[in-house]
Design a binder for this molecule. Structure first.
Ligand code: FES
Length: 122
């Protein structure tokens, strides 16, 4: 796996802690995305609420609610199951997050999704 697919260091993600924002390119357009750790597993999603086309984080990298149980959209409070992206409350109304494939290898979190490449453009 080329190092260009590295999103962040694995050790930088703590369970229910601050997430890491990144961007992916699908061949046509760039998408904001993020990765968080929940339990021992890392999960990544496009940073796009199921309610409206807005990013979720309260402040950059803050995706979990105060209890660390759900991913929360800052705009109107839609909440999502961290391990699946499933909508569990608020105005997402059954529309979940779009998952992005990632994997951990050594101390790195790598993009692992044939649909996307990492986009590091400013
Ligand atoms: S845009 Fe996320 S809850 Fe409305």
């Amino acid at each position: 796996m080329p190092s260009a697919q590295r999103i962040c260091m694995s050790s930088s993600l703590r369970s229910r802690g601050r997430g890491r924002r990144f961007s992916v390119f699908d061949g046509n357009r760039r998408h904001a995305a993020f990765v968080v750790r929940y339990g021992t597993v890392v999960y990544a999603y496009l940073n796009r609420c199921g309610h409206q086309d807005l990013e979720l984080d309260w402040n950059p990298g803050i995706f979990f609610d105060t209890g660390g149980r759900f991913l929360l959209c800052a705009t109107h409070g839609a909440s999502y199951e961290p391990s699946s992206g499933r909508c569990v409350g608020g105005p997402c109304n059954g529309r979940g997050l779009v998952a992005v494939g990632v994997k951990e290898q050594g101390d790195e979190v790598l993009l692992h999704d044939d649909r996307y490449t990492l986009d590091n453009s400013p």
